[in-house]
Structure formats: structure tokens, C-alpha cells
Design a binder for this molecule. Sequence first.
Ligand code: SF4
Ligand code: SF4
Length: 128
Amino acid sequence: MDKRDWLKISESEWEAICDRCGKCCLMTLEDEDSGDMYHTNILCRYYDIENRLCTVYEKRCTLVPNCLKLTPENVDKLPFMPKTCAYRKLFDAAYKQQPLKSIKGRAVSESEVQFADLEDHIVDWEDL
Ligand code: SF4
Ligand code: SF4
């Protein structure tokens, strides 16, 4: 899909592209010295993994300051988005063939994790 076409679609069409995989709701850690980013299997406390949805969607950017609103304007400028993200597959042919694999059974809620243990949750999943 050409980016010029994305800019013409309605908000509801844009929202419908998301397959609600929840991978963008997994926490990332940043090394303060090197700036390197690490993915973890820790899910935002507001993500409902059973029903695959954000429970605070309308207020998400207020309640979680680093929760970013994806738009047609910024979606191709976010290299940390998962390879299997439905939006990323739209604009990047290299990711089109990435199979969708659920995070259920692989992720844990941040409400169940001790902050001292965060580094133990760093993962190297092929689909992130
Ligand atoms: S607030 Fe919602 S959309 Fe944002 S990271 Fe948490 S679960 Fe995901
Ligand atoms: S990674 Fe992409 S497809 Fe998955 S929930 Fe986030 S925005 Fe939707």
C-alpha cells in the first residue's frame, strides 16, 4: 500500500488494520549508557491478553506516557515496532511474510513482575 493511500483512509479503517496482537504493548528496556533497546515479555498492565485489547484505549496516551498513538504519518518512522505488526507489514515488504504468532503463554503482565527482575524478562523472539 502506498503511503499516500494511507493518508486518505478513515480513522475506523485505520484502526481496523490492527490485528490486536499486543506486541507493541510489551515493555522495552533501554541501556542508559549505550542507548541499546531490549524487548521483554512484560505486557503493559492495561492489556487484556484474553480478549486481546487495551482496556483503556481512549485514555491510553494519558495513562501511559510512553504509549504512542500510531498514525499514517508516523507508522513508518518507528523501527522498534514488531516485525509482525500489521501496520509494519503494510509498508515494509521485507516483513510481509512474517507469520503471526500469539504472545499468549509467552508474555506476563507488568503487574505480576518485580521491578528488580526486569532484566530477567529480556527476550529475543524472532517475531519482535
Ligand atoms: S495503554 Fe493500552 S495501547 Fe498503550 S501500551 Fe498499554 S495496553 Fe498497549
Ligand atoms: S503490534 Fe501492530 S498489529 Fe499488533 S497490536 Fe500493536 S499496532 Fe496492532
